[in-house]
Write a protein that binds this ligand. Structure first.
Ligand code: ADP
Ligand code: MG
Length: 442
């Protein structure tokens, strides 16, 4: 049978162009003996190839591993002669995590690389405090929010801080914890399991919602949790929902999870998205001008994870074709993405759609009328314009004839509050938002 490394290379062959394959990927060999489930090591014949693969294909390779094994490893491209895994995608592998057999942290998941906005401010400050006073301020820190909103990034930021101080950090998923537990149980090495999880300085458990209905591991986790907390060792947990809402979870665990600090992360505002894109450009050394950045920000939905995919797509195409990334170029490359999503949305288009759907005239939306139907429509139009177009608050204030940007911000808050508390209203707004997307020309 082919090694997993070979399978991944074969899969990659189908996804990239023939020249890249012949020149770079074909030259790699998978280092089976040094690799682990969370660390995939390939050997390249020279530094040039190693660098090129690292910057252009490491993410893809990691992704293909994830598809095949359900674990996304850190991909490390080393030279054929070197022996120790000295370099990974971007930086070096922290050796103390390695020795401890925990999962590796992503070295680029740091506080410096985390963009703070209203949507994540609370969770950010909480995590920052925890990194400064682990085990003292909030234990556990429980961070919840939707997919791709930065939960893993934040928890690993704390991990990276403590790792740099030489502390013992374990980052794990429920699945990994469970596998580890089962393995040690059948090998009759539970002492070692306990040693590992109960003697660390920081335990990071990602996506705890997967504990749901897994009784035996809940029991084990409960004891791990108490052992750590009794020693004032820090625990950070993430989840897609707050503790209360996790079904099939023992009450005593829920109350433990709530006993420290529960912090949520909301979908990013447009500004935050823009800043995140800038940050990702900086890290990945991609040059985009402001117009393109704004454009990308409007087409990504709430899942920030899409950003890196889009950047690498833009970058790859522009290198392949030897042209700069202009707005036209970006539009072209991302057409498919756009076909499914929102494109070219203007305030006028929003006004038209909202007016039509709510049976009023666009001019009425912009009027000063206090009629409740019109106020309702106006608020929604402002909200959609803010969420779906790159217009700033002052620009919107001007367009809608409002006093200043604080009036816009007030409306945004109002609508967000309504959406939170009124499911019907939320559905209505989402429906309108979809109608606007469909109405988009192109
Ligand atoms: P989650 O664990 O909540 O699903 P991740 O932490 O995996 O999300 O984040 C997905 C991607 O988006 C990562 O590349 C992460 O670095 C990036 N990201 C999310 N939020 C931010 C932010 N506020 N600043 C910088 N990058 C972010
Ligand atoms: Mg995550």
């Amino acid at each position: 049978m082919n090694s997993i490394g070979k399978q991944v290379i074969n899969a990659l062959k189908g996804e990239i162009n023939e020249i890249d394959y012949q020149r770079y990927i074909k030259q790699l060999t998978y280092d089976e003996s040094e690799s682990k489930s969370n660390l995939a090591i390939f050997r390249a014949p020279n530094a040039l190839i190693a660098n090129w693969v690292r910057t252009k294909f490491a993410d893809k390779i990691a992704h293909l591993f994830e598809i095949k094994t359900n674990v996304k490893p850190t991909v490390s491209i080393l030279l054929k002669s070197s022996t120790s895994p000295a370099s990974t995608q971007n930086t070096t592998v922290p050796q103390n995590v390695e020795r401890l057999g925990g999962s590796l942290l992503n070295p680029s998941y740091t506080f410096q690389n985390f963009v703070v906005g209203d949507s994540n401010n609370f969770a950010f400050i909480a995590a920052k405090n925890v990194s400064e006073k682990p085990g003292i301020v909030y234990n556990p820190l429980f961070i919840y929010g939707g997919v791709g909103l930065g939960k893993t990034h934040l928890m690993q930021s704390v991990g990276n801080v403590m790792l740099a101080q030489g502390k013992t950090v374990i980052y794990t998923s429920v699945e990994q914890f469970l596998n580890d537990f089962t393995r040690h149980l059948s090998n009759r090495t539970m002492d070692r399991f306990k040693d590992k999880y109960r003697k660390c300085d920081l335990l990071l458990i990602d996506d705890i919602q997967f504990l749901s209905n897994k009784n035996q591991i809940q029991e084990e986790f409960f004891h791990t949790f108490d052992a750590l907390r009794n020693e004032n060792k820090q625990i950070i947990i993430t989840s897609d929902k707050p503790p209360k809402k996790i079904g099939g979870l023992e009450e005593r665990l829920k109350s433990r999870f709530e006993s420290g600090l529960v912090a949520d992360i909301q979908p990013p505002e447009l500004e935050t998205k823009i800043e995140i894109i800038k940050k990702k450009c900086e890290i990945n050394r991609v040059k985009l001008d402001r117009e393109v950045i704004n454009y990308v920000a409007t087409i990504i939905e709430n899942n920030t994870r899409e950003i890196e995919g889009i950047l690498s797509k833009l970058n790859a195409y522009s290198q392949l074709m030897g042209v700069d990334i202009t707005i036209e170029f970006a539009r072209n490359v991302l057409k498919e993405q756009m076909a499914e999503k929102r494109s070219n949305i203007t305030i006028d288009l929003i006004m038209e759609t909202v007016a039509k759907e709510l049976n009023i005239k666009p001019s009425e939306i912009r009027s000063k009328s206090r009629n409740s139907n019109i106020v309702y429509a106006r608020r929604i139009a402002i909200y959609l314009s803010r969420s779906l177009t790159p217009n700033s608050m002052p620009q919107l204030a001007q367009y809608f004839g409002m006093k200043d940007h604080t009036a816009v911000s007030h409306t945004m808050k109002k609508i967000q509050e309504l959406m939170k508390n009124d499911e019907d209203f939320k559905v209505k707004v989402e429906e309108l938002s979809n109608k606007v997307s469909v109405a988009t020309p192109e």
